[in-house]
Design a protein around this ligand. Sequence first.
Ligand code: NAD
Length: 421
Amino acid sequence: MHMLTLEQEINPWEAQAARFDFAAQKLNLDEGLWKVLRYPAREIIVHFPVMLDTGKIEVFTGYRVQHSVARGPAKGGIRYAPDVSLDEVRALASWMTWKCAVVNIPFGGAKGGVICDPKQMSMGELERMTRRYTAEIIEFIGPEKDVPAPDMNTNEQTMAWIMDTYSMHMRQTCNAVVTGKPINLGGSRGRREATGRGISVVCDHALKHHAMRPEDCRVIVQGFGNVGSNAARLLAAKGYKVIGLAEYDGGLFNPNGLDIPALVEYRASNGTVVGFPEAEAADPRELLVSACDILIPAATENVITSRNAERIQAKIIVEGANGPTTTIADEILADKNVFVVPDILSNAGGVTASYFEWVQDRMGYFWTEKEVNGRLDQIMRDSFTDVVSYAEKHKVNNRIAAYMLAIDRVAYTIQQRGIYA
Ligand code: NAD
């Protein structure tokens, strides 16, 4: 039935485009608007030199793709990795447009990346590469144009360098040019754990929807980075039993629930979760298909595919990572009646807190953590209800409902603005 090779199945651009086409068709989207929204508005490719510590010059390739600025400045992270590609950045940029529209915040979508191996680079090399990449794309970013944020292998320090480089060129401090900054440079309280927090709110509502209680809910998490560890910590604190954790170098299982604060400490001092004494060792691939109520893939793309979807036992999947499930796996999970909360809804807590950071920077007035968390919880709760009721009303799965809702919002804005000629 499925004619795709695994390589085609896991191409993130194809995965995005397939869902977009299906949702646009369901919406009866005007053909012209379909063409406008199917492809990114702007794709910037830069090849730039950096002086390495050895005194040699290396040339790096960087991308910044702005999919849409219809609803506001483009918004999206920057990732550093050896396998960054234009197709991946395009897909991630489109996902950002849909994600911002699902949670109804006034941003378009963008993403950036540099092909590099950050693990092999010194701090000095990373700083020089970040500053030169920023200088290469400087006309295209800005608080009113396009606001980058951290993604894989970039962090608060990277954002501080981008903010400083941009500010030096503008001859004034412009902290609203990036989000995910350190708090003393204009970062927001609550931003660091916001994605995990959003996931925990979504889990609460998914459980209510299934008339289940946290105490009876077994959770398995893949990835113990920013998203996975914060989601696990907040869920455990609410009484959920986090029985399994899959990392790339090993997995942990404890049917009574892992002690997450102890695990966070263990990982901080040992650099790995492997060997944590209060759990059994488990095969990380098997954990994905083990018995549980909620599965949270919070590591990377394409982990639920045609190869393992049939064996998934979770009742609910809450996607922490971007693009963890392929289109073919979607169909298999739908046949098995698994309730999937799609990435563009469930991990939107991060960009929502980024929106709060941008608002606070522009006001020059900073909120308490309680204010940030209260507003975040409300947006996640309302967005969950919007998507799930849309799915029920239009008899589609949650992912297609989220796309339909988002595409409709963006298309409506374009129609109201009109086409500039
Ligand atoms: P991170 O680098 O902090 O953590 C990722 C973790 O996953 C690491 O501990 C890594 O060892 C582990 N991992 C990587 N590949 C794995 C594999 N194949 N199997 C098991 N474990 C693996 O990254 P993060 O910020 O937590 O992001 C994780 C995912 O969530 C990414 O897809 C990212 O795009 C997405 N996301 C992040 C945010 C955010 O605010 N950080 C927001 C939205 C979406």
